[in-house]
Design a protein around this ligand. Structure first.
Ligand code: PMP
Length: 757
């Protein structure tokens, strides 16, 4: 090789060293005075054209005065690129000047360095705006952000399902937010790879850049997006890095508002390209370490981006470029507008309501740029805007949606998958549109099957908003404004071992059953059904006492009734150890009610029952629901089941839930105002009490809830005294998230004790 270089360039080499390359061989060569990179590529017409175009770009930049970039060095014959036979193989060769300096990736960069990166790229891009190359313009490949979708094929190579979903989420965001704007963006030839191992600083602190092999004719803003992506690696505040680079770039090459409006998504897209390619390379060649140099940092930043509201990002970018922030409507105005057409009876959460505009997994974004950690919403079970769920709905909606009176495969597909989650006796499913409808239908079925009309319900239970569901919901009918208990309803005491009559964990269940049986015996007619949730949400996350259902269910059946478990809140793996709440009680209900998490927010509910009950019901009037079981709902429901499985969300509910609960118990040991911590998995309650009297302290619970809201954490309060903090987050909630909530409650209580007691 030494000879070849000496002969071809008439240089007197004193040193030659082989370098690691992505997919070609490069050599660092030195003469007495200068230092060069000798680059080789396996010949192809395409690569030859690209290398020639790259050299032209470098020469153009040099001619226009660009410093600190590699300069092509001519062969003896004056050419800059040559095809030479090396080891019997046609090889493209060229020599470039070697840039001395330290790479961004090896430094702990200061703001000064970030500013210099921005300024350097802007100056270079100003020159490149005037450069033209058909070869580069014709290039369409996966490392150019505008062709993000070419990377879709690699998503399957990402081995972790959660990681795959994160990438897919950003692909969808690109489609929604970037694709419509793309045709309006300025295009130019850009370096397209200002990464931390291509940007370097020489002894005088001047920025330079190497490796022009990724030159692309792309949206100009992509240059900046790429630089920001890599420069922000491992920084606590990526937006600060972004703003510093952007500010200096903008002062030389002014950016446009529409470019800033999508920059957040472009940064995320570049990170996606990086992790997709790493995953693909890993699959192709486990040993190609060069392909993974940035992988961990890229993943960390992608997940960090999820916690940044895109509006906040855009406003930071706008501020750095001297544009006024986007001003959302004042919250009072938004509320006023809502109440002009929507009744006050539909209340809004918090003293200061939140105007939500977007969401991603365990985060919700408001119109003011805030990100809220969602520790409350159990409907987005597998995470807000989960891409698999979104895609399933979009695809099915574009294909077929119809009522259930035609044959279509996705209905039995879904029914079968759902029923696999139940014991064999529960083998018929009826799809409806909400938990309320499911409760209503379950009661109708129970009455029809048993030919009885009385229903035994649980104190503080809630089963929905239809007339029938309200009549079985103590939480509603016994509300001061409620309709009161109907004569055919039997109300039984909640088997609560914390605040109830019996507190002994081992014996309470049986004692409460006695109370229920007394109630039943006092009834003039047999009951059709007993209905309860396994953990009563509206009662303040109260688990039924151990052994209660096991003892009660046979008694209900013995007198001719059926047992209904309302799993609207507790189902689908939320409780961690158990997929359904009734399993914890070692019973099998006759009817199960499903809702909320079933389709991650798309309105789906269901009743699951035995063939005997289904058979009886068949003898009555026809059951039909226009939307229940429609193809789109089934597709979404199936996607939810798949995600729970693929992402191991039931296991996560257990491990994260156990951790979360243990942290809350620690907090209980610290503060006397926490009377009880209860629940399972990611379905927990924290009972707030007055220290001295142990009476429920709804005021303090309300205060904590609102303080958490002010710290951008969503939880709620519930229970008859509204004194129980309720937390039931999307199941992708992680330990860090749990820690944030607990730390925040800790800080709120610290402040409360300091200021008010
Ligand atoms: N059952 C339970 C236990 C519930 O919590 C709810 C809703 N909070 C329902 C039924 C009613 O479901 P939906 O609001 O979907 O009608």
């Amino acid at each position: 090789m030494i000879k070849l270089i000496q002969n071809e360039f008439a240089l007197n080499l004193v040193e030659i060293k082989k370098l690691n390359g992505y997919d070609n061989e490069n050599y660092h060569v030195k003469t007495d005075i200068d230092s060069y990179i000798f680059k080789t590529y396996h010949y192809s017409q395409n690569i030859f054209a690209l290398v020639e175009a790259e050299n032209k770009a470098l020469l153009f930049l040099k001619e226009k005065g660009q410093k600190n970039i590699p300069e092509p060095f001519p062969f003896i014959d004056g050419s800059f690129v040559k095809i030479i036979e090396i080891k019997g193989r046609k090889t493209i060769c060229r020599l470039l000047s070697f840039l001395e300096g330290e790479f961004l990736g090896e430094l702990n960069p200061t703001n000064k360095l970030f500013r210099s990166i921005g300024a350097f790229l802007a100056k270079m891009d100003l020159i490149l705006l005037k450069f033209d190359s058909y070869t580069i313009k014709a290039r369409q490949w996966d490392w150019d952000i505008q062709y993000l979708n070419l990377n879709k094929q690699y998503i399957q190579d990402i081995t972790n399902a959660r990681d795959r979903s994160t990438v897919q989420y950003f692909f969808q965001q690109f489609e929604e937010n970037v694709t419509p704007v793309l045709p309006d963006l300025r295009k130019s030839i850009i370096h397209n790879d200002a990464n931390e191992w291509n940007i370097l600083f020489n002894g005088g602190g001047q920025t330079g850049i190497i490796d022009f092999g990724d030159l692309a004719y792309s949206s100009l803003i992509n240059e900046l997006a790429i630089a920001i992506s890599y420069a922000s690696f491992d920084h606590k505040e990526p937006l600060e890095v972004a703003v510093t680079i952007l500010e200096s770039y903008h002062s030389i090459l002014p950016l446009e508002e529409k470019e800033l409006s999508i920059l957040y998504y472009l940064i995320a897209s570049r990170l996606c390209i990086s992790v997709c390619n790493s995953a693909h390379s890993k699959k192709e060649n486990e040993e190609n370490e060069y392909a993974f140099v940035s992988e961990n940092s890229a993943w960390k930043l992608l997940y960090r981006l999820l916690s940044i509201n895109p509006i906040e990002a855009e406003n930071c970018f706008r501020k750095a470029a001297g544009f006024p922030p986007r001003q959302p409507e004042l919250p009072e105005k938004v509320l006023e507008r809502r109440h002009r057409s929507v009744s006050h009876i539909l209340s809004v959460s918090y003293d200061k309501p939140i105007h939500m505009v977007r969401s991603a997994f365990q985060y919700m974004y408001d119109a003011n740029g805030n990100t809220f950690l969602d520790a409350y919403n159990n409907i987005p079970h597998v995470g807000h805007s989960h891409p698999n769920v979104v895609e399933a709905g979009q695809k099915q909606m574009a294909k077929l949606n119809t009522n259930t009176r035609y044959l279509y495969d996705i209905l039995p597909d879904y029914a079968e998958q759902l029923l696999l989650k139940f014991p064999p006796s529960l083998n018929k499913v009826y799809f409806v549109n909400s938990g309320s409808e499911a409760s209503d239908l379950a009661i109708r079925m129970a009455k029809y099957h048993t030919q009885n009309i009385r229903i035994m319900v649980m104190e503080y239970g809630y089963h929905g908003n239809t007339q029938a569901a309200m009549e079985i919901s103590d939480y509603k009918f016994n509300n001061p404004k409620g309709e009161g208990k109907k004569k055919d309803i039997l109300l039984t005491q909640i088997p609560d071992v914390y605040r109830g009559k019996y507190k002994d964990e081992d014996g309470a269940g049986k004692l409460y059953v006695k109370e229920a049986l007394k109630e039943m015996q006092s009834s003039e007619a047999p009951i059709a059904a007993f209905i309860s949730e396994p953990i009563l949400g509206c009662a303040g996350q109260i688990p039924l006492a151990r052994g209660y259902l096991k003892e009660l269910y046979p008694a209900i059946r013995h007198q001719g009734g059926v047992c209904i478990s309302d799993e609207v809140q507790t189902g689908f793996g939320r409780l961690g150890e158990y997929f359904w709440g009734y399993e914890e009680h070692e019973v099998i209900p006759d009817i199960v009610i499903l809702g909320k998490p079933m389709a991650n927010g798309h309105p789906v509910g269901a009743v699951v029952t035995t063939s005997e009950i289904a058979e009886s019901f068949t003898k009555g009037v026809e059951f039909f629901s226009s939307f229940g079981g429609n193809p789109v709902s089934c597709a979404i429901g199936l996607a939810v089941l798949d995600v729970i499985e693929e992402e191991g969300l039931q296991e996560n509910a257990q491990t994260t839930g156990d951790y979360y609960k243990s942290m809350l118990v620690e907090l209980k040991n610290k503060y006397a105002c926490i009377g009880d911590v209860r629940g399972s998995g990611l379905f927990l309650g924290v009972e707030i009490i007055e220290e001295k009297t142990m009476a429920p302290d709804g005021k303090l619970a309300h205060y904590i809830k609102n303080e958490l809201r002010n710290k951008n954490i969503l939880i709620s309060t519930d229970g008859p005294f509204d004194n129980v903090l309720k937390t039931k987050p999307p199941l992708i909630f992680n330990r860090e998230n749990a820690q944030s909530v607990v730390d925040c409650i800790d800080n709120v209580l610290k402040k409360y004790y300091k200021n008010y007691l």
